[in-house]
Design a binder for this molecule. Structure first.
Ligand code: SAM
Length: 255
């Protein structure tokens, strides 16, 4: 199926929010040219036009939040056979990333499907149905099951999963909640299993495009997350960034 049929449901302004600013700046440039405005107002409007049009291109094509994503590192769960947990699966973007990259894997897509889901994706059709529909469109639904639960208290036995992914979800909790959810991830992951954590990054691309708008309480950076991941019982094996994303690949320490 084509990726255009997928609907991850992130708000329009994350992709097209700069468009009205581009339109207004362009209009002002034309008016200024026609009315022969002086140099400084024209330069100011030109700067706004340049920023908003490049930010529009970046958010549409570089971040592409509503597009199909890919794993930030090929080193995650290289074995590829076994059971993966997606913590904070939302409308399925990260679950589809894993299931497409690892065709032998099965996956449990876990989310609270509550207030935070509605804040990100808007109310409407049942959240579980939205997630399931995207998994079906991507052709991976037969390898996925859904779980409604809080990531701070996972409803699984210790050492249940071969790998865990969590994308842009643990950073939506406060510090205490993030630490609890890391501990829970460590508890339900088998020793030696991979944990891929993706977070909204405080990096130049995102700061240029959105300024402080997209920074929420959880935007903490590698200096905070790296040590917390280790304290939870993982060894960090790789760390990196890609546009808008900080990722940490960690391995559950052996007993
Ligand atoms: C920004 S979305 C990320 C969705 C998906 N992983 C992706 O890559 O697009 C964050 C998700 O975390 C979920 N979430 C927030 N707090 C949670 C909690 N305490 N337990 C489980 N899920 C939670 C929200 O419902 C939301 O679907």
């Amino acid at each position: 199926m084509s990726s255009s049929a997928l609907n991850f449901g992130y708000p329009w302004w994350l992709t097209y929010g700069h468009l009205p600013i581009v339109a207004v700046a362009l209009l002002l440039l034309l008016v200024g040219y026609w009315r022969k405005w002086s140099k400084w107002p024209m330069l100011l409007v030109a700067a706004v036009f340049l920023w908003s049009s490049s930010a529009l291109l970046i958010s549409r094509f570089l971040f592409d939040i509503n597009g199909r994503g890919s794993l930030p590192t090929e080193n995650f769960f290289r074995g590829g056979t076994g059971r993966v947990l997606d913590i904070g699966a939302g409308t399925g973007r990260s679950s589809i990333m894993v299931l497409e990259a690892r065709p032998q894997a099965t996956l449990v897509a876990l989310d609270l499907f509550g207030e935070s889901f509605d804040e990100h994706f808007g109310p409407g059709q049942s959240p579980q149905e939205r997630l399931l529909r995207n998994l079906q469109i991507a052709g991976v639904a037969q390898r996925a099951t859904l779980s409604t639960a809080d990531m701070r208290k996972l409803p699984f036995e210790p050492a249940t999963f071969d790998a865990i992914v969590s994308a842009y979800a643990m950073d939506h909790l406060n510090r205490e909640g993030s630490i609890q959810s890391l501990a829970e991830a460590a508890r339900v992951l088998k020793p030696g299993g991979d944990f891929l954590l993706m977070l909204v990054a405080k990096e130049p691309w995102i700061e240029f495009t959105f300024g402080p708008l997209i920074m929420h309480a959880g935007t903490r950076g590698a200096a905070w997350w790296g040590p917390r991941v280790q304290e939870a019982g993982f060894q960090v094996v790789e760390e990196g960034t890609r546009p808008a994303t900080l990722y940490i690949l960690a391995r559950r320490s052996l007993p």
